[in-house]
Design a protein around this ligand. Structure first.
Ligand code: FES
Length: 122
């Protein structure tokens, strides 16, 4: 995955087999949004903020087909790669850089845990 080249520190969130293909799990993050991590049938992993860009439906409970998730509330199709609504729908949910290494899933720490403004200034 090209995101492997992203500079930063990575957060180990556990083994890949915690999510079976076609499913998702959620990760509550301190000071941030809940994140949904998806495992597709073709063995790719993606992480998105767990809120549909339409009316904030829990994308983690949607049906995964290809690299798309259908929102469980009103069936919008959201690209797992870009977070964008597909077809005639418009909107975008933030994606979280993710990589898989040695059978474990890592998320880019800076994208998961926002750095407080005071800490940046210190
Ligand atoms: S909230 Fe997701 S389609 Fe409406």
């Amino acid at each position: 995955m090209s995101l492997n080249t992203q500079v930063g520190t990575w957060l180990d969130i556990g083994p890949v087999d915690q999510i079976s293909p076609g499913n998702a799990r959620t990760l509550p993050v301190r000071g941030g949004e809940e994140i949904a991590i998806f495992h597709t049938q073709d063995n790719q992993f993606y992480a998105l903020v767990n809120k549909c860009p339409h009316k904030q439906g829990p994308l983690s409970q949607g049906i995964v087909h290809g690299s798309v998730v259908a929102c469980p509330l009103h069936n919008w199709n959201i690209s797992l790669k870009t977070g964008k609504a597909l077809g005639n729908d418009e909107g975008c949910v933030p994606t979280i850089p993710l990589k898989v290494e040695a059978g474990r899933i890592f998320l880019l720490r800076e994208a998961v845990i926002p750095v407080p403004t005071e800490a940046k200034a210190a």
